[in-house]
Design a protein. Structure first.
Length: 350
């Protein structure tokens, strides 16, 4: 942020230094740990989606649909899938579909069509075995598929598809991914050329191919463009001094905590959101747009400030900000030396 836009506290090194010294006190650190842990717990308890929930909230139903029908997809994709599987969660998935129709009525939603497609593929795989061993469940499945016959014909939305090694090889032969990675840097200098909406949309569409836990896709992207909006959101991030105001856009990557269902997934938003963010950065780089990631590892009171400044809902977990733009003709980047491969790679024999 430029000096003209900085607050008095940001301009005064004595104020900043005094606050930093205070935060380093061990007693205050312990207290902040307790506050932060309580803050995270309260957010989790407010927004997570229990597996057995009977919620009518669209987002939570969508997450449960993705989670349950993806179990079918994963098993269908095994080299040797069992002759009969899924009977422990098939009833739950059918319940969720009924609830979806009753509460939303949206039969064109990706989650609903995907679930119908997966069930259709499942029915074809298990065949008469399901009828013989679980007749009531088989009858209910057939009724569901008959009720949404047009969904059974959906292609590419649920189930599996055939790929070949030759197709993968043909796709990668035209890509020099190593060169793309080697030329990605954290850039803190941008030209005045604006980044068009369609460039960002294309990059986000590409990044949506990132893996996520049971394909729940919790990531969200918020784009800030006007000078006033950029100043507002960058004002709650302390690592953009001297260059943030030069960026064409500021992106906020977050994760929707309502898509997670157990306490074991309490950190999954950071995992899924981080993978999405990295793919997004490469997708932007492939279009000539450079970027710099901005850390959002915040104390609880700072997290509240991020939510307020960026105007995102309380259930979204901020992952990072990314400032983006086109590079000038010439510019400097940090060397950012990397550790030797041997320092991070271990070959294990157990």
């Amino acid at each position: 942020m430029s000096g003209a836009h900085q607050s008095a506290a940001q301009r005064d090194p004595k104020v900043v230094g005094g606050a930093a010294s205070l935060l380093r006190l061990p007693a205050l650190q312990y207290l902040l740990h307790c506050f932060d842990a309580s803050y995270d717990l309260i957010r989790y308890l407010r927004f997570f989606t229990p597996l057995g929930t009977r919620t009518k909230q669209r987002c939570k139903l969508e997450a449960l649909l993705f989670l349950n029908y993806h179990k079918i997809e994963k098993t269908l994709a095994l080299r040797e899938s069992p002759a009969l599987f899924g009977t422990s969660y098939l009833g739950t998935l059918l319940d969720l579909l009924d609830r979806w129709v009753q509460s939303t009525g949206d039969l064109q939603a990706v989650a609903f069509r995907g679930a119908c497609g997966a069930l259709n593929a499942y029915r074809g795989r298990v065949g008469k075995r399901l009828e013989d061993e679980f007749p009531a469940l088989s009858e209910r499945l057939d009724r569901q598929l008959a009720a949404f016959a047009e969904m059974r014909a959906a292609r590419g939305e649920g189930g599996t598809r055939q790929l070949t090694a030759a197709e993968i090889q043909a796709a990668v032969e035209t890509i020099d991914f190593e060169q793309l990675v080697q030329n990605r840097h954290s850039v803190r200098n941008f030209s005045e050329r604006p980044v068009p909406d369609n460039v960002i949309s294309r990059a986000v569409r590409t990044a949506q191919q990132s893996p996520s836990d049971c394909n729940r896709q919790p990531w969200r992207v918020h784009v800030y463009t006007s000078p006033e909006d950029r100043e507002r959101v960058l004002g709650v991030q302390n690592g953009n001094s001297g260059f943030g105001h030069l960026a064409a856009r500021v992106l906020l990557i977050s994760a929707d905590t309502r898509t997670f269902v157990t306490s074991g997934e309490r950190h999954q938003g950071y995992v899924d959101g981080g993978m999405f963010a990295m793919t997004l950065i490469y997708a932007l780089q492939a279009q000539g747009v450079v970027s710099c990631c901005l850390n959002l590892s915040r104390y609880c009171f700072q997290d509240v400030a991020v939510h307020r400044a960026c105007r995102i809902p309380a259930w979204e977990l901020p992952i990072m900000m990314i400032v983006i733009g086109y590079p000038p003709a010439e510019f400097q980047v940090p060397t950012a030396a990397r550790l030797p491969t041997e320092a991070v790679l271990s070959w294990r024999t157990l």
